[in-house]
Design a protein around this ligand. Structure first.
Ligand code: DAH
Length: 354
C-alpha cells in the first residue's frame, strides 16, 4: 500500500501539464487503472484480509483523487500566472503627447466676419480665383487703358501660342464676385464674398496672395448712410468694442461716390489699439456701386442702387490679434501656427446683439 501511495502521489506531484495529469488519473483510478483493478481483487480475499485492505484501498483512492484535484488547480494557477506575466500592461505609463493642429488666424477671422454679416442678413457668395479680364476689370468699369489696371500688379495666365484672346488673370480683388452674384441673383441682393486674391507685391504688409472680403447690398433705396451703419456695426462686433469710422472721399472706378474708410485707433508703445485714441487706420474701400457696374451685371441702375465695399481679411486679423508681419501668415511655420492659431472648437469672439 505504501509503495502504491508513494508511486502515484510522486507521479502526480511531478506531472508537468494537465494532459499528463489526465493520463495519470486514467492509469491510477480509471476503470482499468491500477487502484481500480486492485479493488476488484478484494473479492478474492478472505474476509479478514478484505477488512484491512478494503478501507486502505478506499482511503488511497480518495487521497489520489484529492492529489489529482489539487495538482489540477496548481497547474491552472501556474498557467494563469504565466499568461499574466506575458500580458502585463503598465497602466500607469503616461499617454503619448499628440499634437493637435490649430485654426489659422485667416480661417478664424473669415468665420468671424461671416458670422457677423450673416447676422445682418448677408449671404456668402463665392467666385473663381482665376478670372477673365472682363469680370476682374471691364465689368467693374476698369477699361484696358485705365491706370487702375496697371496699379493692380496683376498676374496674367499663360495663353497658348497664337491664341490672342485676352489672358485670364488671378483675380486682383474680390470685386468681380459682385458682378457674378448680381448676374446670378439680380436685385435686391445682400452678399459678402470672402476669398483669396493675388497681386505681384511682397513686403512686410504685402504678400502675392492675400484675402479680401467684398460686401454688396443692392435695393431700391440703399444709401451711404446704410453703408456707414453696417460698417460701424461690423467693426464694433468684430473688435468687441464700439469703433468710430471716418469716411474719406476717394476714387474707385466701380463706385460713385467712393470713400476710403478709416477706423479709430491709438498707437502706444508701437502697438495699435482699435476703438480708442485719435488716430485713424485705413481698412477698406467702399462706395455706391457705379451705374455702369450695375448695367454690366444686368441690373437696371434706374431702378436699383446700393453700396459695395472691399476689406483686407489678413489686415483686420493682424489688427485684432496683434500679429505684426503679414508674410508670416503664409510661411507655414509650426511655431507661428501654434502661437497665433486657435483651438478648433473656439467660438469666434464677436460681440453679440447686432
Ligand atoms: N476692390 C478694391 C481693392 O481691391 C477694394 C474696393 C474698393 C472694393 C471699393 C469695393 C469698393 O467694393 O466699393 O482695392
Amino acid at each position: 500500500m505504501d509503495d502504491l501511495k508513494a508511486k502515484w502521489l510522486g507521479a502526480i506531484g511531478e506531472a508537468a501539464d494537465e494532459a499528463s495529469l489526465e493520463d495519470l488519473r486514467v492509469q491510477a483510478v480509471g476503470k482499468k487503472g491500477e487502484i481500480s483493478l486492485k479493488m476488484r481483487e478484494l473479492g478474492k480475499m478472505t474476509p479478514e484480509e478484505r477488512q484491512v485492505a478494503g478501507p486502505a484501498l478506499n482511503a488511497l483512492k480518495d487521497e489520489i483523487n484529492t492529489a489529482l484535484a489539487a495538482k489540477k488547480t496548481a497547474l491552472a494557477d501556474a498557467a494563469l500566472d504565466e499568461r499574466l506575466k506575458t500580458e502585463w500592461l503598465d497602466v500607469t505609463l503616461p499617454g503619448r503627447d499628440r499634437r493637435t493642429g490649430t485654426v489659422h488666424p485667416v480661417s478664424q477671422v473669415w468665420e468671424e466676419v461671416t458670422a457677423i454679416f450673416a447676422d445682418m442678413g448677408f449671404a456668402v457668395a463665392e467666385g473663381p480665383q482665376i478670372e477673365t479680364d472682363w469680370y476682374n476689370f471691364d465689368a467693374l468699369n476698369i477699361p484696358s487703358h485705365h491706370p487702375a489696371r496697371a496699379e493692380m500688379d496683376t498676374f496674367y495666365m499663360h495663353r497658348a501660342e497664337g491664341d490672342d484672346r485676352p489672358p485670364h488673370v488671378l483675380r486682383t480683388h474680390t470685386s468681380p464676385v459682385q458682378i457674378r452674384s448680381m448676374e446670378a441673383q439680380g436685385a435686391p441682393i445682400r452678399t459678402i464674398s470672402p476669398g483669396r486674391v493675388y497681386r505681384a507685391d511682397y513686403d512686410q504688409t504685402h504678400t502675392p496672395m492675400f484675402h479680401q472680403v467684398e460686401g454688396l447690398a443692392i435695393d431700391r433705396d440703399i444709401s451711404m448712410a446704410n453703408l456707414k451703419w453696417v460698417l460701424e456695426e461690423f467693426f464694433s462686433a468684430y473688435f468687441g468694442t464700439s469703433v468710430k469710422t471716418r469716411f474719406r472721399a476717394s476714387h474707385f472706378p466701380f463706385t460713385e461716390p467712393s470713400a476710403e474708410v478709416d477706423i479709430q485707433c491709438s498707437w502706444e508703445g508701437g502697438t495699435v489699439k482699435v476703438g480708442e485714441g485719435d488716430d485713424w487706420l485705413e481698412v477698406l474701400g467702399s462706395g455706391m456701386v457705379h451705374p455702369k457696374v450695375l448695367s454690366a451685371a444686368g441690373v437696371d441702375p434706374a431702378e436699383w442702387q446700393g453700396f459695395a465695399f472691399g476689406m483686407g481679411i489678413d489686415r483686420i486679423a493682424m489688427l485684432k490679434y496683434g500679429i505684426p508681419d503679414l508674410r508670416a501668415f503664409f510661411d507655414s511655420d509650426l511655431r507661428w501656427l501654434r502661437h497665433y492659431g486657435f483651438p478648433a472648437l473656439q467660438v469666434p469672439t464677436i460681440r453679440g446683439g447686432v
